[in-house]
Design a binder for this molecule. Structure first.
Ligand SMILES: *Cc1c(COP(=O)(O)O)cnc(C)c1O
Length: 230
């Protein structure tokens, strides 16, 4: 079932790329396996999936340990508190939710010397909700520049999680703002290659609007039956 779902999601991405006149390999699929066990990850791996996203750091670290024999690229897509930076720096290849310089500095200091630099995205609060995580668009350039200077991090791009939109057009309007910001930062010379946006419900709009990576959970693994503790 997971293999069938993965094929269906890949077909959706391909169709959205084609409709948008984008190359079919322009968008990477990140399989979001939060709340699902190592067996589910193994099934997706057997169906060819290599990049997985996790929200809850403790849960993820256990899963990563259970699957250490597999060449999986692990992405942290959940909030990172100061007391969790070491686990992220030691166990993940990517961190998507950097929205404060202090967190970035800790990740850089704590990244083990034997590992390649941690790949990071700056999370942007693109629809401006006051209680949401993510840096405001006006502050994204300054934070991105500062993160790019840190020795053990490699800045790769931007990530956003907009509120669910009422329809495709409204979703595209928000995603296109994120794409505009991404292009503006690249015009400043930041060399970003990753714009992480779009989930099960809105990946089509995200791809149409210039996403380079969609993060898809329930459309691959099914409905989540419990929220794991952070
Ligand atoms: C859970 C989650 C996803 C996947 O959501 P689905 O709707 O299940 O596809 C993507 N991104 C983040 C940050 C998430 O927390």
């Amino acid at each position: 079932m997971i293999a069938d779902n993965l094929h269906a999601v890949r077909a959706r991405i391909t169709q959205a790329c084609t409709q948008a006149g984008r190359p079919v390999d322009a968008v990477q699929l990140l399989a979001v396996s939060k709340t699902f066990g190592p067996d589910a990850v193994q099934q997706a791996f057997d169906a060819g999936q290599r990049a997985f996203g996790e929200n809850y750091i403790q849960e993820a670290v256990e899963k990563i340990a259970a699957l250490t024999a597999l060449p999986i690229e692990w992405h942290c897509i959940g909030p990172i508190q100061s007391n969790k930076t070491r686990l992220v720096a030691e166990h993940f290849q990517w961190a998507h939710t950097v929205d404060r310089l202090k967190i970035a500095q800790r990740l850089s200091e704590q990244r083990p010397a034997h590992l390649p630099p941690l790949q990071v995205c700056v999370q942007v609060n693109v629809d401006g909700g006051p209680t949401k995580s993510g840096v405001l668009p006006d502050e994204a350039l300054a934070l991105a520049r500062a993160v790019a200077q840190l020795p053990r991090l490699q800045l790769r791009g931007l990530m956003c999680i907009p509120e669910p939109a009422i329809d495709f057009v409204a979703a595209c309007a928000v995603f296109k703002r994120a794409r505009g910001l991404f292009d503006a930062l690249n015009a400043e010379g930041l060399g970003l290659d990753t714009l992480s946006m779009g989930m099960s419900a809105d990946l089509d709009a995200a791809v149409a609007s210039g996403s380079t990576q969609v993060r898809v959970g329930s459309a691959i693994f099914g409905a989540r039956s419990y929220p794991a503790a952070t």
